[in-house]
Design a protein around this ligand. Structure first.
Ligand SMILES: [Ca+2]
Ligand SMILES: [Ca+2]
Length: 481
């Protein structure tokens, strides 16, 4: 009953905004993910406790550094920036680890002094707006940091051991990694979390990435999403290990997007670790379950999983396969998200090794530069092609004996079809496949090169046959007319 009253009060308070707000969409965007402490240090005066030799300590990166590096992100081709949380964090360490990552908040409406000031935040937002870039701000809604003052000051805001023992919903009402677990059914907690969303929205943030939604009370999430929709804010949920079914369920519940972890795992295993492409096809075959397939967040790696390039032992192999992975990512329907450093195939195992300091142009090896050039060209090709950016995606049935080595699908918008061809074989290979077996109808097409600059991949169509010449371990995209 109380919940119903609260919700109706809430909905009436946002009704005005609801009529004004347009539906938000990130289809066609390219997101670049930054962990500010590990990106760029623009102000050494805020480097209290910084120790770059300790992977669990603060490293000195901050908002002024990020603002200074926006041209780098833009040159790569990204159109949006996702920052891991920059709130004021707990001041002390826990488990000999500093709160450099941002997920141990102490105040949801302030900037941690290591990252800078609210003024620095406003400067960053101003710079992104001037550059025509969108900002996705990471929002923590499940917990405070272990050592946040509020944990002692407001014990009623948190689930304790008794609540955890009594609940049937352990994922939601028990502490995640022991973190002080917020009771989102409390009106005071709701005020805090809704207040935080409004606070950052008012500073110009147009999208939120919500951390650990699996562990958050559902009625609260529903209300939060209703408020975001009313305000025109795009919402990206993080449900660790989500598959297509989970993403579909949450899109129906009101999220614009979730990260498709099942595709990331399949791409990592196929592209980086040499397994077949059939599992990737298996994930893509489920896309029709999604209400808004073009909004789903697609990624090769992020700050919570080992680096993509780490899936192989050798640095040069990791670089070559990262080129393949980046090109493959740019052929897919959805919103590509590139974690800082993946564009140069940075290595690193599990956290915190996957969060090594970003290195920029002057410090790159020639091999790293060549990965970057492939990333940049692949992003440019995607952005230049409306079909690759926003087109419908149709998986094609390749002959059974080729399923492990070859993945084919079309992307199409405005009658301008593009064929994506991922090739998992070690060596260059030519394929000739009957169009009818793929369910395609195409006129003859003279030999045509891939849309990705610098790639030696070709297609032609003649007499009802599709001919492909594909380099080993790479992904290509071809305009079909
Ligand atoms: Ca600094
Ligand atoms: Ca919880």
């Amino acid at each position: 009953m109380r919940r119903t009253l609260l919700l109706s009060a809430l909905l009436s308070s946002v009704a005005n905004a609801q009529t004004a707000a347009a539906a938000s969409s990130f289809e066609g965007q390219i997101i670049y993910q930054v962990m500010p402490d590990r990106f760029a240090d623009g102000n050494t005066a805020n480097n209290a406790g910084v120790d770059r030799n300790n992977p669990r300590a603060w490293h000195g990166g901050d908002l002024p550094g990020l603002t200074a590096k926006l041209p780098y992100i833009q040159n790569l081709g990204a159109t949006a920036l996702w920052m891991t949380p920059v709130y004021r964090q707990q001041a002390s360490n826990s488990f000999e680890t500093a709160a450099y990552h941002g997920y141990w908040p102490a105040d949801f409406q302030d900037i941690d002094p290591h990252f800078g000031t609210l003024n620095d935040f406003d400067t960053l937002i101003g710079a992104t707006q001037k550059a025509g870039m969108r900002v996705v701000l990471d929002q923590v809604i499940n917990h405070y940091g272990y050592a946040a003052d509020v944990v002692k000051q407001q014990p009623a805001w948190f689930n304790g051991e008794a609540e955890c023992a009594a609940t049937t919903n352990k994922d939601v009402d028990c502490a995640l990694a022991g973190l002080p677990d917020l009771k989102q059914s409390s009106p005071e907690v709701q005020q805090v979390l809704f207040g935080a969303a409004d606070f950052w929205r008012a500073r110009g943030v147009s999208a939120f990435r919500y951390d650990a939604i699996k562990h958050v009370e559902r009625p609260f999430l529903n209300a939060l999403l209703a408020r975001d929709r009313a305000a025109g804010t795009w919402t990206l949920g993080e449900w660790y290990d989500a598959d297509t079914g989970t993403v579909a369920e949450w899109q129906r519940a009101g999220f614009d997007s979730l990260f498709l972890f099942s595709l990331q795992a399949a791409m990592r295993d196929a592209i980086m670790s040499g397994q077949g492409l059939d599992r990737v096809a298996g994930v893509l075959a489920r896309a029709e379950e999604l209400q808004r397939p073009g909004e789903v967040a697609l990624f090769l790696d992020n700050h919570d999983v080992p680096r993509f390039a780490n899936g192989t032992l050798f640095e040069d192999d990791g670089q070559a396969r990262t080129k393949y992975g980046l090109r493959a990512l740019m052929t897919l329907r959805g919103v590509p998200v590139i974690w800082q450093g993946t564009e140069i195939a940075m290595r690193g195992g599990t956290d915190p090794d996957n969060r090594r300091d970003m290195r920029f142009e002057a410090d790159w090896t020639p091999a790293e530069r060549s990965v970057y050039e492939v990333a940049r060209a692949a992003i440019a090709a995607r952005k230049a092609s409306p079909s690759l950016s926003r087109g419908a995606q149709k998986l094609l049935p390749v002959p059974l004996k080729l399923e492990s080595d070859l993945l084919l699908f079309t992307r199409e918008l405005n009658g301008e079809p593009v064929l994506a061809a991922w090739h998992n074989g070690k060596a260059r290979q030519s394929y000739s496949i009957r169009l009818s077996s793929l369910g395609l109808t195409l006129g003859n097409l003279a030999a045509t090169r891939s849309l990705f600059a610098g790639q030696d991949a070709k297609i032609s169509v003649s007499g009802g046959w599709l001919h492909l010449s594909l380099p080993g371990r790479d992904a290509a995209a071809f305009a079909l007319k």
